[in-house]
Design a protein. Sequence first.
Length: 215
Amino acid sequence: MATDKIYYYPLWLRIWHAINAIGIILLIITGISLQSGVESWFVVPFDKAIDIHNAAGVTVTLNYLLYFFGNMFTKNGKFYIVKPKAFLKRPIKQAYYYAWGMFHGMKAPYPLSEKRKFNPLQKYTYILTMYLAVPCVIITGFALLFPELIIEKVYNVSGIFMTAVFHSALGFFISIFLIIHLYIASIGKNPLDNFKSIVTGWHHVTGNNGSNGTK
């Protein structure tokens, strides 16, 4: 089979990805620590967890601006454009491949190419996560950092409490996304190919395989 190398990940995107990965992991660990009352080797002491969580949150927020404007002003943004044609059919087809097809020798329905960095299911998930969940978790995080900005009562329920619950739920969603993201990135001829790509910038595409890109 012919093998092509495609430069999917420019330097700015790789820098963003590295900082974001470290920041998100720190936020997840310290977030669990802040909500846990159980003494464990995994749980960071409460006072340290607050400082690390806040510092990581600010770093991820500033780093998100690099991602947002990078996609806005470079060609990487074209990979997030959603076409209305077969809006639901395409991700369902990809989900079928993940659930059954790839275990039975089926070829990937949407192989990577110069024009396609993500399959439809990845694209929709990334858009939902990066353009909805992450901005909302950033906003709620800063609201909790400056609680005087939060509405005091919403239908007689504490605004701070509602914000904290929403923030935690979003954090849980992003944690699940991270686990799935790592699993999907391991799918391909070699489980390490996609991880090497995000370091070097170059992705190897061999025929019509099941390789999957990262952000």
